[in-house]
Design a protein around this ligand. Structure first.
Ligand SMILES: Nc1ncnc2c1ncn2[C@@H]1O[C@H](COP(=O)(O)OP(=O)(O)OP(=O)(O)O)[C@@H](O)[C@H]1O
Length: 295
């Protein structure tokens, strides 16, 4: 079966190396797909193409077989989109705005809206312009989930939320995933993607650097060793020519992929005062793709 979300060779060139270039990926129905990348990597630009706000310079972007630009209205009816930067009607109260959005989305049953507001402890009485960033973000989240859409495009959804609300949001996302919804989740936060998504793309400077199974990343056999040698000379000799090793005085930190046998035998040639080993975090693994990126 073909993917529900299809991005094929998407290019939007804003000049001076900015934009997205030859971006391709697919998200199958019921899959949660992560979209990770540093600032300016192209996450928002890709999402805006999926919402049909922007016409690609080249390439194709489709949801449920519909061209996102040509069929923008029909696509948008299927999608719950949370933009990275919200623009809400500041003069309206939270309640007034939610009612307005519900009517736009033809949502007649208010039970889901109430449940979402309770979950996120939404301030419905105050005017939106008087709300904090987090309070506005919670209104945005309720609007996104309100219509019970089939597809979610979420652009850094937890930005501005406190840890309690971040947790509640991730719970909601897991529930929606269990209900078969298709999710594209853009984030800077590795833990967030790790918790919800089965696969993730990593964007760098407008291009896909890699697409990986989250499970495979989590289970990768990479180990980070920190060794303290008796002397700086020993540390220097040990680290010399060792790929991926960093030395600070007597301490050498190195990431070892696969078998640790030859690494430990090499270390055993020098006087070791202390050794610690741990699994490489997902974040460290991603840094491999982002290495050298200017933020
Ligand atoms: N309308 C536009 N005109 C010119 N350049 C743009 C436009 N929209 C985006 N860009 C540029 O395209 C690049 C990608 O931006 P985008 O907002 O997609 O990145 P992002 O990954 O969402 O970043 P962030 O994490 O900071 O939100 C950036 O260099 C940005 O300046």
């Amino acid at each position: 079966m073909s993917d529900l979300i299809q991005v094929e060779h998407l290019t939007k060139d804003y000049g001076k190396g900015r934009g997205v270039f030859d971006v391709s990926f697919g998200v199958s129905a019921g899959e949660a797909f992560g979209f990770l990348g540093p600032n300016g990597a192209g996450k928002t630009t890709t999402m805006r193409h999926l919402m049909g706000f922007v016409r690609p310079d080249s390439g194709r972007v489709r949801i449920a077989g519909m061209d996102c630009f040509a069929d923008a209205r029909r696509v948008q009816e299927k999608v719950g989109y949370l933009p990275g930067e919200l623009s809400l009607a500041g003069d309206m109260t939270g309640d007034g705005f939610l009612r307005f959005v519900a009517s736009m989305k033809h949502v007649r049953d208010s039970a889901r809206c109430r449940a979402l507001c309770d979950r996120f402890e939404v301030d419905r009485k105050n005017r939106i312009r008087k709300m904090s960033k987090g309070q506005k973000q919670k209104i945005g989240l309720v609007c996104t989930f309100l219509g019970d859409p089939e597809v979610y495009l979420l652009d850094e959804p937890t930005s501005g939320l406190d840890p309690l609300m971040q947790g509640r949001f991730l719970e909601l996302l897991e529930e929606e995933k269990a209900r078969g919804k298709t999710i594209l989740l853009s984030s800077h936060l590795f833990e967030e993607v790790e918790r919800v998504c089965t696969r993730t793309a990593m964007l760098r400077a407008g291009r896909i650097a890699a697409i990986e199974q989250v499970q495979a990343l989590r289970g990768a056999q990479n180990r980070v060793f920190t060794l303290r040698f008796e002397t700086e000379k020993a540390a220097l000799l040990f680290a010399d020519g060792l790929t991926g090793a960093a030395r600070n005085g007597c301490v050498v930190t190195a990431c070892v992929q696969g078998s640790v046998d030859s690494f430990l035998k090499r270390a055993a040639c020098y006087p070791v005062a202390d050794l610690q080993a741990r699994s490489q975090t997902l974040e460290e693994r991603f840094l491999h793709y982002y290495g050298g990126e200017e933020q």
